[in-house]
Design a protein around this ligand. Structure first.
Ligand code: CTP
Ligand code: CA
Length: 225
């Protein structure tokens, strides 16, 4: 029942969340993917809904239940995720990009299963770069006019504060959130570093839903009123 008592800080807002990994096909039975449980993105979708927002959740392949009251669109590849996100942007007032999008996809995925030919030869894989969903949305007219507030995430292995600041500017987003500490994939707890134009602020180690609620309130405070 705790959600019943959450302050409705996002009433009238429409929050779009990307979550989970993407899956990039090599052939009909194989592919490459990223490590991501989707838990943080799903927690943010839930917290935004509790805060009174309409919520659209564009999810890569994950095994998580849809938060109550949230509209979910399932996708596999980065290209599909881009299409689903772009379809939702015209209604959205906030975009939170938590997805671990594969940076590259196999070029020319085979339409039939690649077979071993018995010679021990391995297939050569060529890659091409995937679209940067967050950068594209952040460059859209809707974001640049101030009608859509964009939030990026970053998981870095080292120098988080430095990389997060650089990434915030490179992506052109007002708020970038770094995952603090060792890989938090699949864990239920996390700690976050918020980077905006003013500086940095840490949200200390807590459960992902508790952190999501704090992040939602940080976002709400930054929206135009
Ligand atoms: N992102 C995205 N589309 C991509 C790559 C990243 O929308 N093709 C988003 C992620 O959802 C995240 C942010 O951009 O919110 C940062 O992702 P990250 O992988 O940390 O940054 P990259 O720009 O891909 O740089 P790198 O992986 O080299 O650190
Ligand atoms: Ca990346």
């Amino acid at each position: 029942l705790v959600h019943f008592f959450q302050p409705k800080t996002l009433l009238g807002q429409h929050v779009l969340v990307s979550a989970g990994p993407t899956f990039e096909a090599i052939d009909p039975v194989r592919g490459i993917t990223n490590k991501s449980s989707g838990k943080m993105g799903f927690a943010i979708a839930r917290a935004a809904r509790e805060a009174g927002a309409e919520v659209t959740l564009v999810a890569g392949p994950v095994t998580l239940p849809t938060p109550r009251g949230v509209r979910r669109v399932d996708v596999a590849s980065a290209q599909d995720m881009l299409l689903a996100v772009e379809a939702a942007v015209p209604q959205a007032t906030v975009f939170v990009a938590t997805a671990a999008v594969a940076d590259w996809r196999p070029a020319n995925a085979a339409t039939q299963k690649i077979k071993k030919d018995g010679s021990g030869q391995v297939p050569a894989l060529a890659f091409e770069e995937n679209p940067d969903i967050l950068a594209r949305v952040a460059a859209s007219e809707r974001a640049r006019s101030g009608a859509l507030f964009c939030v990026g995430f970053a998981a870095e292995s080292h120098d988080l504060a430095h990389h997060a600041k650089v990434k915030r500017e490179r992506k052109g987003v007002p708020l970038l959130v770094g995952n603090i500490g060792p890989a938090t994939f699949g864990q239920d707890e996390n700690a976050l570093l918020l980077v905006d134009a003013e500086g940095t602020r840490e949200l200390p180690q807590a459960g992902k839903l508790a952190l999501a609620r704090q992040l939602v309130s940080e976002i709400a405070q930054r929206l135009p009123r």
